[in-house]
Design a protein around this ligand. Sequence first.
Ligand SMILES: Nc1nc2c(ncn2[C@@H]2O[C@H](COP(=O)(O)OP(=O)(O)OP(=O)(O)O)[C@@H](O)[C@H]2O)c(=O)[nH]1
Length: 579
Amino acid sequence: MKHLPVFSSSVQPISTQSDKDAIDLSKFPVERIRNFSIIAHIDHGKSTLADRLLEITGAIVTTEKNKQVLDKLQVERERGITVKAQTASLFYTHKGHRYLLNLIDTPGHVDFSYEVSRSISACQGVLLIVDANQGIQAQTVANFYLAFEAGLTIIPVINKIDLKNADPERVEAQIEKVFDIPREECIRISAKLGTNVDRVLQEVVERVPDDVFKALVFDSGFDHYRGVVANVAVFGGRVRKGDRIASAFLGKSYEVQELGLLRPHEQPTDGLYAGQVGYMVAGMKDVKEAQIGDTLYHQQHPVDALPGFKPAKAMVFAGMYPMDQSEYTGLRSAIDKLTLNDSSVTVQKDSSMALGAGWRLGFLGLLHMEVFNQRLEQEYNANVVVTAPTVPYKARLSSARLIKNRRATQENMLYIDEHRVMMKYIFPLNEIVVDFYDLLKSLSSGYASFDYENAGYQAADLIKMDILLNGKSVEELTMIVHRQRAYSMGKAMCERLKGSIPRQMFEIAVQAAIGSKVIARETIKPFRKNVLAKCYGGDITRKLKLLKRQAEGKKKMRRIGNIDVPKDAFINVLKRTDK
Ligand SMILES: Nc1nc2c(ncn2[C@@H]2O[C@H](COP(=O)(O)OP(=O)(O)OP(=O)(O)O)[C@@H](O)[C@H]2O)c(=O)[nH]1
């Protein structure tokens, strides 16, 4: 166990209890409640600050193992990013009053801004973290406006002041210029070293206002034993175990069976009070009964529904199919469970000649899609074939008018300071969805950042390009491309496919075609891998083992015609640039 980096004298951590013990709030009389969220551009230090806040309020003890405790999902720890918003309740004493501070950690990547807006609606204030070296970035601006439009108290926090190149004065000037927040309101901290972090808690207590009553469902998940677990923010009054509640959306009523706080693990309590954020189990069998954005109230005291959430709009679509059709039911139940946990994913049944029965799923971005796929594999052991991601189009057939090609058009430009500029463009979504972010990062040596929102449909000169394997069209790789890009993209896709499909016993022609016209071609030479070559005269068990391994390798392939295509090939061919 390490020593805590900072320990505020005003903090009285509650005595250690096992996570599942109920907290008796009468022993820790909370006088006031503050709900706040941490928002920032990716990597500016939200999770690190959240860890420090948990430590100094005694909710966790620092160890190497529990670094970034709010990042619970395996995919979050592996990628070092936050994907789902998480919640923790902190107890804090300030000027003789006991406060309950409900902290909601949020993801920073653009694909997950839906989680940010949900978290924000459960709060009265936000900590807007800005890196003292990088200054204001794209998601700093986007997240600021989410909080600003929701009318929340915004406390700017300049993080990483310990860095050699930190320039807090410059960042404060940016904040004053871009957000119109006086520079004196900024708090300078180092979340890593713990410097000034206790002042952040004091400012939350002093600047974030108290709130009123009603419960908003802002997240929900499914537990095999207890059914639906809804995360709720109580906007007023209180709810206790045994109460009969109703939901505004479906009008159904339920008895509250269990409720409690998230510290960050579930800790049952007798009740949830105005301003608290916690979890609730009320005998709901289907997560659709705990609609995100719904309002819960006491059955005998109906209230006006709270304003819900802007529904998430899927921007990227891909087909998902079981590796083997016998796994269809298992995969369907895995997708169902995962979408219960991430309601921003849309699901429609689909089927394909080559891949059989499956689904067409809609995601907020490519990273969101990869994370969903990775969660299916890691958390549900699913074997999935993912087809090429596409974006939605509106097509007008037999049009008599040729439409002028439209690329990015600049909307406006704002100088944040003498070194930084914020530019707004209208882009075809297809141009930015796959690798634009990576390319932008590498061209600007990591300095440029980007955020996007849907600007609607616009006319463009688009054509359909097919990819053929030995003359057979792979419909999952059929793409709609801009006419001017067709040749270069067709060529690149054929080259990539050639690199992704292992040699087989016969020659394979990989072609890109527009209608009947072939515009690019690569050839994969035949090859026979004799896995037994190494075993000449060897014993039979070793031979069987090698054949079994070869068969398992084949399982990871998808058969198109008589050609085995590895499932990764579908995503690999779409990455247009090398990292
Ligand atoms: N030097 C220094 N590094 C910091 C500080 N705070 C955070 N970092 C580092 O910055 C990196 C990103 O920190 P995180 O806390 O993961 O950032 P985040 O904003 O939560 O990232 P996402 O959850 O992915 O949006 C990590 O390597 C941290 O160790 C700080 O005060 N000083």
